[in-house]
Design a protein around this ligand. Structure first.
Ligand SMILES: [Zn+2]
Length: 431
């Protein structure tokens, strides 16, 4: 289907960082074909009126665990270690595939409603997440969070699982799905197991998705055990020879940042999660200044407790100002870059997504600017980074397909998803 969005303001996040006013976007099939003056030769099936709206690249959630929506508001106000070991992991041990399917569907609906068109997920029963991506029309990166157990057989099975996941899902859903290998973290996988997972990524020619240097405790423990930081530790094991998506990188030294830069490691900052779990403040500005690409993520909705990239943009900007004691730190446009083009790069997908440019895939959102909290509209970039709410997203297009129009999600049954997840969520914690 070919879609024309008429009379729209566009923030492309390509070469251009200034909004283009009163223009038109022509989408042919799944691709952005043209941005500019109307032309006779367009073969249009569908016209969207863009007046009083802004088109942005779909937001990219660089790190999340979408099945965890079932545990939203289940365990709060606890330190990371206690939260994981006492609350989350025991319940997660009881999860079955069906739970993850519905939890993922709930998160996908929430993400579509808040303008997220692509996400990098790390969880289990990933084929269920694959199905949810296929049905909903969103785009995503799948990875099975791999934690080493005391049982050799289980550890081998986990490796087999990711090999099958890659074979069955990489490139599926019209190339809307990619698969990565995901050692959960250096503190949940031994050096030998990490090496096996790196070898698997080599074999599949896949990227790696991992949590790194999230808390001070993790870094202190790593120095005690390996006499080096988690980043130096995995670097020495050869992990960064693979394209790597590293969530958090909160407690990083100058030497760590140098390693990240030299190895083109993609960092995902998760401001809400780091605040809520009291993990600390990632040196985002320093990493960006030193040439490290930093994207944004929500983390799972039980450590957030929502999947709202507008909130993450807002926080990324204002936290860094406060922490760096500099009001110029992470200006509005940088926050928008982190949520769009930097996300595309972080997922090694910027040849197709992350900006609105001719030849890229049509992943875009329309934000309804006709709301009191936007007026007077002095500066569109500031309005989007500082004033916008997730609920201002009116229309969402992924791979050229309109998956939400005028606040209505067209691809899945939202009411049923809410009904099922309410039931499953209650049942899960009582199992
Ligand atoms: Zn995480």
């Amino acid at each position: 289907m070919n879609t024309l969005i008429k009379d729209i303001t566009v923030l492309t996040m390509g070469e251009e960082r200034e909004p283009i006013k009163d223009t038109n976007i022509y989408i042919e099939g799944n691709e952005i074909k043209y941005i500019g003056e109307l032309k006779e030769e367009f073969r249009v099936d569908k016209v969207i009126d863009g007046k009083r709206k802004v088109a942005l690249p779909g937001l990219i959630n660089g790190h999340t665990h979408i099945g965890m929506s079932l545990l939203r508001n289940y365990a709060d106000d606890l330190p990371l270690h206690d939260w994981l070991t006492q609350k989350i992991w025991p319940v997660e041990a009881k999860l079955i595939g069906k739970d993850v399917y519905w939890g993922s569907m709930l998160s996908i609906v929430e993400m579509i409603r808040s303008g997220i068109t692509c996400f990098a997920d790390m969880y289990f029963f990933m084929e269920e997440v694959g199905k949810a991506i296929e049905e909903s029309g969103i785009r995503g990166v799948l990875s099975r969070g791999t934690i080493e157990e005391d049982d050799e057989k289980l550890n081998k099975e986990k490796i087999e699982y990711t090999r099958d996941l890659y074979k069955n899902w990489h490139g599926k859903a019209n190339n809307r799905i990619k698969v990565m290998v995901a050692p959960h973290a250096p503190y949940t996988c031994s050096p030998d197991y990490l090496k096996e997972l790196i070898a698997l990524a080599d074999e599949l020619n896949a990227g790696i998705h991992i949590h790194l240097s999230e808390t001070k405790k993790e870094v202190d423990d790593s120095f005690e055990e390996h006499e080096k930081s988690p980043i130096k530790h995995v670097y020495d094991l050869g992990l960064f020879k693979r394209p790597t998506l590293a969530a958090h990188c909160v407690h990083v030294s100058s030497e760590d940042i140098e390693i990240l830069k030299k190895n083109n490691v993609q960092v995902v900052n998760n401001p809400t999660s780091n605040l809520k779990l009291a993990s600390g403040f990632a040196p985002v500005e320093e990493m960006l200044n030193k040439g490290v690409n930093v994207a944004l993520g929500t983390d799972g909705s039980s450590s957030n407790n929502n999947l709202n990239m507008f909130e993450e943009m807002h926080l990324a900007s204002i936290i860094n100002k406060a922490v760096n004691k500099s009001a110029t730190s992470i200006p509005a446009i940088k926050a928008l870059e982190m949520a769009t083009i930097n996300g595309g790069k972080a997922l090694f997908w910027d040849d197709e997504i992350g900006s609105l440019e001719v030849g890229k895939k049509a992943d875009l959102i329309l934000v309804d600017m006709d709301k009191p909290h936007f007026y007077p509209i002095h500066n569109i970039v500031s309005a989007l980074a500082y004033s916008a709410q997730a609920s201002d997203v009116e229309t969402v297009i992924v791979n050229g397909r309109i998956i939400m129009e005028d606040y209505y999600i067209k691809t899945v049954d939202e009411e049923r998803i809410i009904f099922e997840t309410e039931k499953i969520g209650k049942d899960l914690v009582n199992r």
